[in-house]
Design a protein around this ligand. Structure first.
Ligand code: BES
Ligand code: ZN
Length: 406
């Protein structure tokens, strides 16, 4: 009897140990899975928004996603806005006969709403073509081409007193015309299909129309800066750009790096190291490192010299081999842990803005991507995101422990 009880207790104990172990293992695995899934979920959330060109409403929505994720991880968030010249058509149109026709603002057209008769200009809008009609205080409509630049047609129209001008494409569809400098009158283009019939009608009947050119000459970029409360002088900046080029959802370039930066913020949030770091998701990188330039330009020299390093993550979701490119004191630290570290300035990205201010930099990337800057940049490998984060987590403590000032 006693023996039986004893045995039962032993069995129960063994069973409990097994169960406890199994639960612990499941929890660890689940935690790793959740963490990994979070990285992939970040990429998916950003890609779902579509192309995140700086200054667009989609980029603004991406910044809101990042703000909310950093806050969930326990950080205070600052949004650093900056403005730079970048033309955008915010939806231009021609309204005639109660119908709204899509028009495309010429790049660098002045914005404006004008109303008048559509005056069909013969030929291609040379100076003498404008002499054959009266466009004064009216809207000129003219064919594209004939060996004249868009700018020449606009100048001739303005000189003849036109208050606006429409270009009719000489090929199927519409065209995004470009000017080298701002026009003096609103200028937009129409597709060949819609424009040709309007041009013909305007030759025989009088058409009253309203042209709305909603052009924006500047873009507003938004850097998202996250840090624990009262951390004013970090020793490390961990960053990556979240904007993409137009027409590309930017999964690898650079939702991948953005997700790893968020992942590092989440995994460091409860450690003392988090008090030594700022996490920055940069905007406007694709327009020439605008976000990181704005960041370093506004930082004091004391802030910049207080930094031991800037770590940049850009295109880390494709290709097995993780490449590191370093400058200054962090190169040796990184190569002692990771192996090879180049110093070839491979790929222009935000670390260059810090390097230009003598901040040691370490650039994490995985080389060429066949879908680079294309609509096909939609996929990344979640394993590679995890491995990038793990590689960074090995290097970060050594950088922070480095005692010598630089
Ligand atoms: N993500 C790229 C840079 C890059 C390319 C990193 C290949 C890793 C591998 C970045 O967004 C980019 O396109 N940079 C431009 C220059 C930038 C100043 C507009 C480039 O490299 O041409
Ligand atoms: Zn990039």
């Amino acid at each position: 009897m006693f023996y039986w009880l004893h045995r039962t207790r032993r069995v129960v104990q063994t069973w409990q140990v097994w169960l406890g172990g199994a639960i612990a293992l499941c929890l660890i695995a689940a935690h790793a899975l959740v963490a990994a899934d979070l990285l992939y979920a970040d990429v998916q959330a950003l890609v779902k928004l579509g192309a995140r060109a700086a200054g667009s409403s989609r980029a603004e929505r991406a910044s809101e996603y990042l703000i909310s994720e950093y806050r969930k991880a326990g950080y205070q968030v600052e949004i650093q806005t900056f403005t730079y010249p970048k033309f955008a058509d915010a939806g231009s149109s021609l309204i005639t006969d109660g119908k709204t026709i899509e028009a495309w603002a010429l790049v660098r057209s002045v914005a404006g709403n004008v109303t008048g008769q559509l005056v069909a200009v013969p030929n291609f809008g040379r100076t003498e073509d404008f002499k054959a009609v009266n466009v004064r205080d009216q809207i000129a409509i003219v064919q594209r081409g004939g060996g004249l630049q868009f700018a020449e047609k606009i100048e001739n129209a303005a000189a003849a007193g036109a208050i606006g001008i429409l270009m009719v494409n000489n090929q199927p569809g519409n065209v995004r015309g470009m000017l080298l400098k701002a026009s003096t009158i609103p200028a937009a283009s129409l597709s060949q299909e819609v424009g040709t019939s309007l041009l013909q009608q305007a030759q025989s009947t009088s058409i009253l129309a309203a042209l709305r050119v909603r052009a924006q000459p500047n873009a507003i970029g938004r850097n998202v800066i996250a840090h624990l409360s009262d951390v004013k002088q970090p020793q490390l900046i961990i960053g990556g750009h979240y904007d993409s080029v137009e027409h590309s959802p930017g999964a690898n370039d650079n939702a991948s790096g953005t997700a790893v930066v968020l992942g590092l913020a989440r995994s460091l949030s409860k450690s003392p190291q988090a008090r030594q770091v700022w996490f920055v998701s940069f905007d406007g990188e694709e327009d020439g490192l605008k976000g990181s330039e704005a960041f370093v330009d506004r930082a004091t020299s004391q802030f910049l010299t207080g930094l031991k390093a800037m770590l940049n993550f850009d295109m880390v979701g494709i290709n097995d081999r993780l490449l590191l490119d370093g400058s200054g004191a962090v190169s040796a630290i990184a190569s002692s842990i990771h192996g090879t570290v180049s110093s070839n300035q491979l790929g222009g990205s935000d670390h260059l803005s810090f390097k230009a201010k003598n901040v040691p930099t370490l650039f994490f990337f995985r080389g060429k991507d066949p879908n680079y800057h294309s609509p096909g940049d939609k996929i990344v490998d979640p394993r590679l995101l995890r491995e990038t984060q793990a590689a960074a987590l090995k290097i970060i403590p050594t950088i922070l422990n480095q005692t010598s000032s630089r």
